[in-house]
Design a protein around this ligand. Structure first.
Ligand code: C2O
Ligand code: CU
Length: 530
């Protein structure tokens, strides 16, 4: 297989948008792209970073098993300060700590319960990104946890081993809360993955790599004033909350669980000497076959597990080179598309342990078949709208039948970057434009970058959880866009059932006052009262 860096030439295409769309695009840009969205210019940090800080590894979350057999975790969202640079305290938020949160681990088939307490001074939610679960447990914008309240969702893990993550999802405030530090990993394990020869000792040869760009003011506080169309653009990287990180590698092969936890920035991750790595998993789990490549583009919310081989005593850096945004050259420059960033220095020990040759045949993956699809839906992203609509907490946009296989066709009608995330389901990519998907889009995905003018055909099978009232979300995962309304709602219903009324009565654009607190009773819309 050809390395992806060579398969994906950088395209600078300004003319992909068909004539009929140009008017709408110009209008949308005029309405929504602020003239100060000029970006940060070209940032190149290669060779400028002293890797002086050992990479922080988020602690594994403690858990207990309760009388009902549920594995119980406790998360408390709290504020604090973090010393990213020694002697400088930055105001931050975290779960059970001052920045990010512990890593939750559970096995397929387990029942889990997470007690989410909110010690912040504002309401928040916790969304289990990538998890298949009932809508009421999903932690979307309808599931606000007020200050001082606790929300205790429970669900059964029913999907393959994967690197999932959790983060806040309050309507209109997600960018800020994630920026402050609220996010963590949720690793799913299963027997299929456990039977393979793969590095899986957490923090030793199996390393979480949550990458976030940030910008600090003179007082060491986060600032988000330098923005592109995509949202805030940072000039420094935090990896698991560590600035200028290095990792002591003690094994011949190290598994990096790359998570783009940034609010807006795209990366193209690779190694500084251009060596290839093996991609073994994407958002929703293992690929069928390990795929050698030398770069992988990840947009906000996307994950990839890669195996990197090192030799004794060497040093090599994980880097991000300019990601192909599929936009014009000038749009790329304004949206962090020309940046080259050192991410993490890997320092191989003089003697390296070995687990033997890693498996290359990984997970059985049944391709979902178009012939089995009972519905086709299309989604066009334009301005901050999806299908010309801004998010409305009171409106259900799509009604899906439980268990249905559907084809969702997604178009980015703008000459600027967007991506697309669907809650509670993992999809397969049928086509990218007129092509079958490349290796990095050949496995389970829940988030996908949308190059302007390219049509993405996704196929997904929904789970059996139904709730006519409580919606799941689909949205652009550039958090500023999501906050601006680039989100819609779908419910999963029993065959023949009609969509009901979302639990929160207020309109998304109106100040929030009438929200369901914690897992208490739903507040139903008086306008539609059940
Ligand atoms: Cu990672 Cu709707 O979110
Ligand atoms: Cu977007």
């Amino acid at each position: 297989m050809l390395p992806s860096r060579f398969v994906r030439p950088r395209r600078r295409v300004a003319t992909l948008i068909s004539g009929g769309l140009i008017g709408a695009v110009v209008l949308a840009v005029g309405l929504t792209a602020c003239s100060t969205d000029t970006g940060a210019g070209v940032i190149d940090t290669v060779g400028t970073i002293d890797f002086v800080n050992p990479l922080a590894i988020p602690p594994l979350a403690e858990s207990t098993v309760n009388a009902d057999g549920e594995r119980v975790f406790d998360l408390t969202a709290e504020s604090g300060t973090t010393e990213f640079t020694s002697g400088v305290d930055t105001d931050t938020w975290g779960y059970n700590g001052s920045y990010l949160g512990p890593t939750l681990v559970a096995a397929r088939g387990e029942d889990v319960r997470i007690n989410v307490a909110n010690d912040l001074r504002e309401a928040t939610t916790v969304h289990w990104h990538g998890m298949s679960l009932p809508a009421e447990m999903d932690g979307g914008p309808h599931q606000m946890v007020e200050p001082g309240a606790t929300w205790s969702p429970n669900f059964t893990i029913d999907q393959p081993a994967a690197t999932l993550w959790y983060h806040p999802h309050p309507d209109g405030k997600t960018e800020h809360q994630v920026e402050m530090g609220l996010a963590g990993l949720f690793l799913v394990q299963d027997d299929e993955e456990a039977a393979l020869t793969l590095p899986r000792t957490y923090g030793v040869d199996d390393i979480p790599v949550v990458v976030q760009d940030r910008r600090f003011d003179d007082d060491g506080q986060f600032v988000t004033d330098v923005r592109g169309y995509i949202g805030p653009i940072g000039d420094q990287l935090l990896v698991n909350g560590t600035l200028a990180p290095y990792l002591d590698v003690t094994s011949e092969v190290v598994r990096l669980r790359l998570v783009n936890g940034s609010t807006s920035r795209m990366y193209d991750f690779g190694l500084s000497d251009g060596r290839s790595f093996d991609l073994i998993a994407t958002d929703g789990g293992l690929l069928a076959e390990a795929a050698p490549m030398d770069g992988i583009r990840l947009s906000p919310g996307e994950r990839a597990e890669i195996l990197v081989q090192v030799t004794p005593g060497e040093t090599v850096n994980l880097q991000s080179t300019p990601p192909d945004l599929g936009t014009s050259a000038s749009a790329a420059t304004r949206n962090a598309g020309d940046d080259t960033l050192d991410v993490l220095e890997l320092r191989a020990a003089a003697t390296l342990s070995s687990i033997g040759a890693p498996s290359t045949t990984l997970a059985a993956m049944e391709p979902l078949r178009k012939a089995d699809a009972s519905a086709d839906r299309s989604f066009t992203l334009n301005g901050y709208t999806i299908n010309n609509k801004l998010m409305d907490m009171t409106r259900i946009d799509e009604t899906v039948e439980a268990g249905a296989t559907e084809v969702w066709t997604v178009d980015n009608a703008m000459p600027l970057p967007h991506n697309f995330h669907v809650h509670a389901v993992q999809f397969q990519v049928l086509r990218v434009g007129t092509e079958p998907p490349p290796a990095e889009l050949s496995g389970w995905k829940d988030t996908i970058y949308l190059e302007p003018g390219v049509r993405y055909e996704l196929i997904m099978q929904f789970a059996e959880y139904t709730d006519p009232d409580f919606p799941y979300m689909f949205h652009c995962h550039m958090l500023a866009h999501e906050d601006a309304g680039m989100m819609g709602q779908f419910v999963v219903v029993k065959p023949g059932e009609q969509a009901g009324t979302p639990p929160t009565a207020h309109d998304a654009r109106v100040p929030q006052s009438n929200l369901a607190v914690g897992s208490g009773p739903r507040v139903l819309s008086p306008a539609h009262g059940h």
